[in-house]
Design a protein around this ligand. Structure first.
Ligand SMILES: Nc1ncnc2c1ncn2[C@@H]1O[C@H](COP(=O)(O)OP(=O)(O)OP(=O)(O)O)[C@@H](O)[C@H]1O
Ligand SMILES: [Mg+2]
Length: 336
């Protein structure tokens, strides 16, 4: 699957991702025949780690590659290049299928089989994992996600969006995962329900010692539950740091624009509104040099056209410990 070789570098990391790349071939057979097929560079050189019991958020506008990262981690996509280490070992395609990484999908309601009762939906992963007392465990899981165990006899179509999301969480937890990936876990739900689902995820993952990778457009959600945040733009990570670092001192011009576009009732955020011109460029033809340069309010010319900036620590203190968690961003303007 991958051509790169890496060893674990981070303490207590349950998941380590090195230089992950995922390209897709766009178009059908006719495009291929006409030589018009394009390569979509959905994820480029993405590295990160997730520690035990930690919540990491991946943020970025639609189409930047967040779900592709998630789907590659659980084996729906094969990486074009890069290494994924789970508990320090490379995940083979076979191991992925049984690996304790579970995902709650964007449209959880639709991912529940409409022909099976909730009880049968939950029984499948429990039996697969050889769980004893399946019936008891189903009741326990339903109670844990705030549903009455009697709902196990009902079909998915009889539940509200929020309840379906709770069932999807119960199904993911039934496999006793070490890592849970939640891709837009509350988009499409009523605002009043969103907070409840987020609190539930937060509570369950901390209580059960599960690490959480959360993908969300909702920056309020991210700020509430994430320990660290990574910002993606056009397939790449452009800024990373603790939630406090990124929200209180955003360094990359893209992060500043993203944060300035939302209303967070927090007096410590004194960002002026930054409007980005244009749209996310086509990932099958990304700009040369810095991928953000075509929309960047801090564009400084030649160097941005030529070189793609790398992530650099925001700290000028040479004594600063290199933990892999430090605040860093990829921008030529900062490098000057
Ligand atoms: N199976 C695929 N075949 C071809 N292109 C794909 C495929 N899956 C994703 N892409 C492309 O890869 C890019 C990243 O898509 P992805 O779904 O990862 O974005 P995202 O950040 O999750 O967006 P959103 O916030 O809208 O969910 C997009 O340009 C998308 O069209
Ligand atoms: Mg997505």
């Amino acid at each position: 699957m991958s051509t790169s070789v890496h060893k674990p570098t981070q303490e207590n990391a349950v998941l380590e991702v090195f230089e992950l790349q995922k390209y897709f071939k766009s178009g059908g057979r006719l495009d291929r025949f006409l030589g018009e097929q394009e390569i979509v560079q959905a994820v480029e050189n993405v590295s990160f780690h997730l520690r035990e019991n930690e919540t990491l958020a991946l943020i970025g506008e639609s189409g930047c590659g967040k779900s592709t990262v998630a789907k590659t981690l659980i084996g729906i996509h094969e990486p074009t290049d890069g290494t994924i280490l789970f508990d320090g070992k490379e995940l083979s395609p076979e191991a992925v299928r049984t690996s304790p990484i579970q995902m709650i999908f964007q449209d959880a309601g639709e991912s529940l089989n409409p022909k099976k009762t909730v009880g049968r939906i939950l029984a499948t992963p429990l039996k697969f994992n050889g769980t004893a007392n399946v019936d008891e465990r189903i009741d326990e899981l339903l109670s844990q996600v705030g549903l009455d165990p009697s709902v196990k006899n009902r079909y998915p179509s009889t539940f509200s969006g929020g309840q379906k999301q709770r069932i999807a969480i119960a199904r993911a937890l039934a496999s006793d995962p070490e890592v849970l990936i939640a891709d837009e876990p509350v988009s499409g739900l009523d605002v009043s329900v969103q907070a409840k689902i987020i609190n539930l995820l937060d509570e369950l993952t901390s209580k059960m010692g599960v690490s959480l990778l959360v993908i969300s457009h909702n920056l309020g959600v991210v700020r509430t539950i994430a320990d660290r945040v990574h910002i993606m733009y056009l397939g790449e990570i452009v800024e990373k740091g603790t939630t406090e670092d990124v929200f209180e001192s955003p360094a990359h011009p893209y992060t500043r624009a993203l944060l300035s576009s939302i209303h967070i009732p927090d007096p410590t955020m004194k960002l002026e509104r930054v409007e980005l011109p244009g749209e996310l460029p086509d990932p099958s033809n990304p700009p040369e040099g810095c991928r953000f340069r075509t929309r960047c309010p801090q564009y400084i010319g030649d160097v941005c056209d030529r070189e793609n900036p790398v992530l650099r620590s925001q700290s000028s203190n040479p004594e600063w410990p290199i933990t892999g968690d430090e605040h860093s961003s990829a921008c030529h303007k900062h490098d000057q």
